[in-house]
Design a protein around this ligand. Structure first.
Ligand code: SF4
Length: 328
């Protein structure tokens, strides 16, 4: 039997798109407008993050996904992977085999020995499942609209042109309103792929996010991720998925350079921001659409802030493009 390689990739309309716009509209334009166009037709070169950082994260996620899927499928409740429920752990590749298969498919096999060392050191530290493993790499879609007269970002599903919430109620969608724009009238959605959902002994559900980083600093990472919009979305979705039984968000921090440096940290809640996150998302999508209609993509608003343009990881990939324009 061919064993399964779990897709631990990004979701289709995830937070990074809007997060990049919030950081700098011009950066969004390089990534999602000019980057889609050939350079000879006025586009810009790809500003994708360094391939090594991406590959380490993907390999790490693949290892974690298989570990938890195998654990969950062997537990009495079974596990949902992607959108399917499994009760047989033998359908999944072993984590090490899955990481090797990932490299066969996408390359970066030179990173495999190091990431396996990191994984085995993680397992030595956390050899048991962190509670009942309920879901792994679970896609969630939410849409902006009114549910029972309340505007918000609602987890739901579209069927035959109608959006329904988790309990089957009708969501009155608030679509993009920008006549002449290609996406005018389209529902505004946000998708997330939840790395892991667990349930503790008292029945509380936790949404986990695995982060592979060079150095693990649990407290400052938790504070930084707490205000990240992707985590607001996780919290909003988690509350709708699990109601009063939702326990919160857990960061699973794993150093990719110092095997064994790992930490699990609860992410502080941000109720003020979460309460108007949906309005903010609506505003951001309309700002993007308006810029599409009115402004040369090389001339979108630029952050022009030393911390945005030259941050923790060095210069923004768009620095030369902002300095010199198309001739860069
Ligand atoms: S260099 Fe600064 S202004 Fe230019 S894209 Fe990057 S963050 Fe935006």
């Amino acid at each position: 039997m061919t064993k399964m390689l779990i897709d631990a990739g990004k979701s289709s309309r995830g937070w990074s798109r809007i997060g990049n716009f919030a950081k700098c509209p011009q950066l969004f334009s390089y990534l999602y407008r000019l980057g889609d166009r050939p350079v000879e037709e006025g586009g810009c070169p790809s500003l994708a993050p360094p391939i090594t950082a991406l590959a380490k994260g993907s390999l790490g996620h693949t290892l974690q996904a298989h570990l938890h899927a195998i654990w969950g499928a062997a537990q009495p409740q079974g596990v949902v992977v992607d959108e399917t429920h499994y009760t047989d752990p033998s359908v999944f590749m072993e984590p090490e085999d899955a990481a090797a298969a990932w490299c066969d498919k996408y390359g970066s096999s030179e990173l495999l020995p190091q990431m396996l060392k990191v994984f085995h050191a993680y397992l030595a530290k956390f050899p048991e499942p962190p509670g009942d493993v309920i879901a792994v790499e679970a896609p969630v879609t939410a849409v902006l609209g009114k549910l029972r007269d309340q505007f918000g970002l609602w987890v739901g599903e579209e069927k035959g042109g109608e959006w329904r919430s988790l309990d089957g109620a009708c969501i009155e969608v608030t679509p993009l309103c920008m006549p002449d724009h290609a996406e005018h009238g389209r529902p505004i959605t946000l998708t997330r792929r939840i790395d892991l959902v667990t349930r503790d002994k008292s029945g509380r559900y936790f949404v986990w996010d695995h982060k592979h980083q060079a150095a693990v600093n649990a407290k400052s990472s938790a504070s930084a991720y707490a205000i990240d919009g992707g985590f607001a979305a996780f919290r909003i979705m988690g509350k709708q998925l699990y109601g009063d039984a939702f326990g919160g968000l857990t960061l699973n921090l794993i150093s990719s350079t110092q095997p064994g440096h790992v930490a699990r940290e609860q992410v502080p809640s941000t109720p003020h921001r979460d309460a108007h996150f949906a309005q903010w998302l609506w505003w951001a999508e309309h700002q993007i659409a308006q810029l599409d209609l009115t402004t040369d993509p090389w001339e979108w608003p630029k952050a022009q802030n030393e911390l945005s343009c030259y941050g923790r990881y060095g210069a923004c990939a768009g620095l030369d493009l902002c300095s010199l324009g198309p001739r860069a």
